[in-house]
Design a protein around this ligand. Structure first.
Ligand SMILES: [Zn+2]
Length: 87
């Protein structure tokens, strides 16, 4: 006979593994981005001027359009919120 506690642990473990698998691509991107910044040694210049009106801004609303899927992302982000491609 399988106890409630055993079923609970198995279900919880399965859910944790599914969540980890879903988050893995994003976590890998975060690690790669962090390593990139660490190697550069300086914060992203694009984020430094986030409050200013930049004439070279591709989107009038102040966002960055993703070259991969066309989604407009807010300034300061390095990856698209839709497809996680580099902006
Ligand atoms: Zn995209």
């Amino acid at each position: 006979m399988v106890s409630f506690g055993e079923v609970y642990v198995v279900v919880l473990t399965a859910m944790a593994l599914v969540a980890l698998a879903a988050a893995l691509p994003v976590l890998v991107r975060i690690v790669v981005d962090g390593r990139e910044r660490w190697r550069e040694g300086v914060p992203d210049a694009r984020e430094q001027r986030s409050g200013d009106a930049d004439p070279s801004d591709p989107v009038p609303s102040g966002g960055w359009r993703c070259g991969h899927c066309g989604t407009v992302n807010e300034r300061g982000f390095r990856y698209c919120r839709e497809c996680v491609e580099t902006l």
